[in-house]
Write a protein that binds this ligand. Structure first.
Ligand code: MSP
Length: 640
């Protein structure tokens, strides 16, 4: 088993301060690094800034500044944002760093020696925002294939890299390493692009001066992507004889996080560059979708950019980290909204997890139980909870290793609900009066569970989970494989409780002021609106209960239905079909509580039986909202 993990982020164009999209890429890498660290791995986490090229030069000119002065002005904002969000990077590379510049020049010389570079003329089109050459098609001006914006015509002397010579080796590599790109579906796009035929790649510019001078031909600067991609090797010592051991220790990278817009650069050009250099391939590219606001990609030109620092000031680092990881599935684009963020903080963090901790702490404080000792023999209910906890750790391990962070969080959410239900059902506030031993066993089981929840959530919420662990007198020992130890743990820990804490998560303050309130109507007015009124006995015919959605799946051939498996506590599990596919992603529902009608006549839809109905709040064509209760209650709780 390898003991190191080298993880990288894309390096960001410094034309503005970081936005939520840049935070998202960086956060994914941080979560991966922390997850590996929990498993005892030594980490190198690289991030940084991409500072050369036409795009940056133009932005500097518009700001009336020299490029270097312009980019220098943003570095503080990047580093400050990353520190505020707990991004624990090992090294922050800038492509204007002397070491990087020197190593890129050496790399060019190396490739020239090997005969992989030749001089010619590039005639075609260029997309400056994406810094991409777009080949000429029958003389017409093509839009940029990545961003769709108009391209500009360029004709200039250039040095070409013999990319076409690597076509077969690349195809063979993809075939032998289908795991190279995750999600795996993305490799197909790459394979078809390469199969269409690769043209040699222009790797120098003469009409741009803001870049690394081309060795022995200073009229040219290195094309910004040939400069930038190499950051992944120059940062760990490539080209520096004094850092050979360091380079060999860290290369190849284990996970390279990238957005879906830069797959071609990383899955085609980058491996070809590495093949030409004689270096091994990165183990895996992790490709993520975009954060959208109002269904559009966030961008400066659309004016819909979300400032991570404003979010930090209002909600703090960890709730935002949690939200981004819980709701943006790596495989999809995700919509960001403040309302959704606030709802998530309130339901998942303040209500589900925060309340569990608070209730346990308050009860311990009330009865002066500061040292909670593990019982010699665990009651069977606690043993079941521990078994469930171990299954949860296994599931979380699988999800995290597959970068399915949203699923891992949903799974931890399901377990948190089980612990809440256990606490509620055991009623330790009653046990304390009748059976002291049983009372302590419940408190100890909750502490053991909270410890596991906090450790598995630590990669996502490092600050809050360290705080939670501290509150119960625990901490993470990074020298070991903490996850493996958690699985083997026999629940024999003692916990020292700290009392008089602020709540771990605060509920966001309500945003809007209430408008004018409607007046109280008369019975006649109600009848006019509602029609015939019903008796309480009629209402009681409808059996409503709270349940947790254990799984949620799409149904082949149905564009409306989702198939839910719902835990309804003492009423058992139910299979429920709901026509909400248009509005919800399955992973957004798993682990959530809802309100369900249990005594509806079963109905067959799409060949499957639906054994109930999920209640939704929806006006006309609005997006429906799941109905739930104000505080977490055990599954199966009746609504009356
Ligand atoms: N400089 C290049 C990368 C060079 S890597 C050798 C670049 N920079 S960028 O600043 O434009 O984008 C960097 C990363 O941020 C990309 O992975 C991109 O997908 C990501 N994001 C930019 N906007 C985004 C969203 N709205 N949502 C999620 N990520 C997005 O490309």
């Amino acid at each position: 088993m390898k003991k190191k993990w080298y993880v990288t982020t894309p390096i960001y164009y410094v034309t503005a301060k970081p936005h939520l999209g840049s935070l998202y890429s960086t956060l994914l890498a941080d979560v991966i690094a922390r997850w590996q660290k929990l498993q005892g791995k030594e980490i190198f986490f690289l991030t940084g800034t991409d500072e050369h090229g036409q795009k940056v030069a133009q932005a500097a000119e518009q700001a009336g500044k020299k490029p270097k002065e312009f980019v220098d002005g943003f570095i503080g904002a990047y580093q400050d944002a990353w520190h505020k969000y707990g991004i624990d990077y090992t090294y922050f590379i800038r492509t204007t760093d002397k070491d990087h510049v020197k190593a890129v020049q050496q790399w060019i010389i190396e490739l020239q020696k090997k005969g992989d570079i030749y001089k010619g003329t590039y005639t075609g089109w260029y997309c400056t925002p994406c810094e991409t050459f777009v080949p000429e098609e029958k003389g017409a001006q093509p839009p940029c294939p990545t961003c769709g914006r108009p391209t500009i015509h360029v004709e200039e002397e250039t040095y070409f890299f013999k990319l076409s010579a690597y076509q077969d080796r690349l195809l063979q590599f993809y075939q032998e390493h289908p795991e190279f790109i995750t999600p795996k579906e993305r490799i197909n796009e790459v394979i078809s692009f390469v199969k269409e035929g690769l043209r040699d790649l222009s790797i120098s510019r003469t009409t741009v001066s803001w870049g690394i001078p081309f060795p022995n031909d200073p009229r040219h600067v290195v094309y910004v992507w040939a400069d930038a991609l190499n950051n992944y090797i120059t940062a760990i010592g490539y080209g520096d004889p004094n850092k050979k051991a360091m380079f060999e220790h860290w290369w190849p990278a284990d996970t390279q996080v990238i957005g879906k817009d830069i797959v071609r650069f990383h899955a085609v050009y980058w491996p070809a560059f590495l093949m030409a250099t004689g270096l091994s391939m990165p183990r895996q590219l992790l490709v993520h979708g975009w954060i959208k606001v109002d269904k559009q990609k966030m961008s400066k030109s659309l004016g819909n950019v979300v400032d991570p620092i404003e979010l930090y000031d209002k909600y703090g680092a960890d709730p935002v980290r949690y939200y981004l990881m819980r709701h943006m599935a790596i495989t999809h684009d995700g919509d960001f909204s403040i309302e959704h963020l606030e709802r998530t903080i309130e339901s998942d963090l303040a209500n589900d997890l925060g309340n569990l901790l608070n209730r346990m702490l308050q009860l311990a404080a009330k009865h002066n139980l500061l040292l909670i000792k593990a019982p010699e023999i665990w009651p069977s209910t606690a043993v079941s909870l521990r078994d469930e906890c171990i299954t949860m750790i296994h599931d979380v391990q699988d999800y995290m290793d597959d970068y399915l962070f949203h699923m891992a969080l949903a799974r931890i959410g399901v377990f948190t609900n089980s612990v809440n239900a256990y606490f509620h059902n055991q009623a330790p506030w009653k046990l304390v009066k009748t059976d002291q031993q049983a009372f302590i066993a419940v408190m100890s089981a909750v502490c053991h569970s909270l410890r596991v929840i906090a450790i598995t959530l630590w990669p996502i919420m490092p600050y809050k989970m360290a705080e939670l662990l501290d509150t119960i007198g625990s901490a993470i020992d990074m020298r070991n494989n903490t996850i493996e130890n958690l699985e083997l743990d026999i629940w024999n820990k003692n916990f020292m409780i700290k009392i008089a804490q602020e709540p771990l998560f605060k509920k966001p303050e309500p945003q809007e002021e209430l408008g004018q309130q409607p007046s109280v109507p008369t019975v006649a007015e109600i009848k006019k609106v509602e029609g015939d009124l019903i008796d309480i006995a009629d209402f009681a015919k409808v059996h409503l209960v709270v349940g947790t959605i254990l799984s949620c799946n799409e149904i082949p051939n149905s564009d409306k239905l989702l198939l839910l498996e719902v835990n309804c506590g003492q009423h058992g599990k139910r299979q429920i079909l709901s026509g909400i596919k248009k509005y919800f992603k399955p992973e957004d529902l798993v682990g959530k509580q809802g309100v369900f009608v249990l005594n509806l006549k079963p109905r067959k839809m799409a060949g499957l039986e639906s054994q109930g109905m999920m209640l939704l709040a929806q006006d006309n064509d609005d997006i429906p909202q799941r109905v739930t209760v104000a505080e977490l209650v055990p599954d199966g709780t009746i609504l009356k």
